[in-house]
Design a protein around this ligand. Sequence first.
Ligand code: NI
Length: 171
Amino acid sequence: MTVKTILTEPNPLLRQISKPVESVGAEEKKLMDDMLDTMYSANGIGLAAIQIGIPKRIIVMDLSKNEKKEPRYFVNPIIKNRDIKKSTYEEGCLSVPNQFAEVARPKECEVEYLDYYGNKKILKAQGLLATCIQHEMDHLEGILFIDYLSKLKKSMIIKKLSKAKSTRIVV
Ligand code: NI
């Protein structure tokens, strides 16, 4: 397993729409292993393939709070049902480092997807799990959580991130 570099806003690759995976083979499994490693090493709870520059509809997540890892894999996820009721969480994103903001999303959703072994699954998600899946699925459409904020707040965050990048030196 390999830890990959996570792309950060404003990298245009993050705005690409990811393509469906034809089948879950060795290449996809290797990608999911690498994604999980990358996510754990960055202390994240979710990661989409496009965040390491691969435009495939693949997501990994782990919401476990204890030592025991509980990885989840979603290939070609599709939301079948969404709750009208919303819930609000303060969200962050590995591709938008050190920035957090409240985002309201449907409280519950039903997701159809393929698992690590290519088996078709359906998951009824609520709470943090529902929010996290929806956040990650947005990545597959080139959407970041900052897109839900006011124009002013969003441009302030992008400005901050661009500045952080341009002043970064490696010696
Ligand atoms: Ni994210």
